[in-house]
Design a protein around this ligand. Sequence first.
Ligand code: FAD
Length: 319
Amino acid sequence: MSDDIHKLIIVGSGPAGLTAAIYAARASLDPLVLEGEPSSTTDQPGGALMTTTEVENYPGFPDGIMGPDLMLRFKEQAQRFGTDVRMEKVSRVDLSARPFRLWVGDPDAAEPTYRAEAVVISTGARPVMLELPGEQELVGHGVSTCATCDGFFFRDHDIAVVGGGDSALEEALFLTKFARSVTIVHRRDELRASKIMQERAFANEKISFAWNSVVDAIEGKGSLSSVRLRDVQTDETRDLPVTGLFVAIGHRPNTDVFKGQVAMDDGGYIVTDAGSRTDVEGVFACGDVQDTVYRQAITAAGSGCMAAIDAERWLEAQH
Ligand code: FAD
């Protein structure tokens, strides 16, 4: 363990964490960013945009930019002002007393790896995927988890949306602005979504339903060409030719290491006030780890800025 107590440790290096780092570094807080490890399923240095191709809705890039390029720029900007970014995954935290304690590596080690006066949590949330062969490879090439981000690419395409809740229907309705047809694939014969969303979906002539059905296989070389649907009652299968597949079966926040340390909602998202303050003084949260509504790079970056300013003001008030 280093004896140094860091003024601010930021956990996560997506748009939220790195924006917090840019602001914190420029406020002379010498932030340390623990960016996660590339091999893990929950973390991804650079965050969720590292797994995508073209990003067309991040302001400042009129011609669009590839997700990994955008995140490299975020990182370079944070490092330019002295941010220390380390490829380490936090395995345990103790936020019950100050300075806060954080472990990387062995969570059972007696001594923490780092101590900090303030902590920003920006560990994001991951979309739940179907876990089918070929799915990950086709993300950004037909497979998507975000209609707001990618709908525009599917003008006049035939699309399938998997899911039966409000977000699946919201995605499907949004996609009808662009797509030729949208098939909602749902494993049951009725939807979980609210009545009003159901009525809107039933009334939309571009939307049809594949009831009692699951996606069994994803086909396509280089880009998606079809999905195989299986009827869960009869086991019969059929191919649905689609060039877009939107997986809308939920998100999971990456908050396991913070359980019991900071207030969370039923879904495991960290609860913040109107800014970024959690129920633990000196601990702030930003980005998708506390956002169940917007889930965009720009909103994550905006809330990262808020977290850095909140942390800076809180630290200032302690001295
Ligand atoms: P994330 O970007 O998810 O970053 C989380 C960070 O936390 C990562 O660095 C991870 O390594 C780290 N982490 C997690 N656990 C730990 C741990 N225990 N220790 C250390 N670090 C940890 N949004 C748009 O605006 N436009 C788009 O075009 C767009 N396309 C998308 C395409 C895809 C395929 C996906 C999945 C998302 C897309 N989004 C898009 C959404 C956008 O990526 C997210 O809203 C945004 O990345 C959220 O930022 P974040 O910083 O909160 O979290």
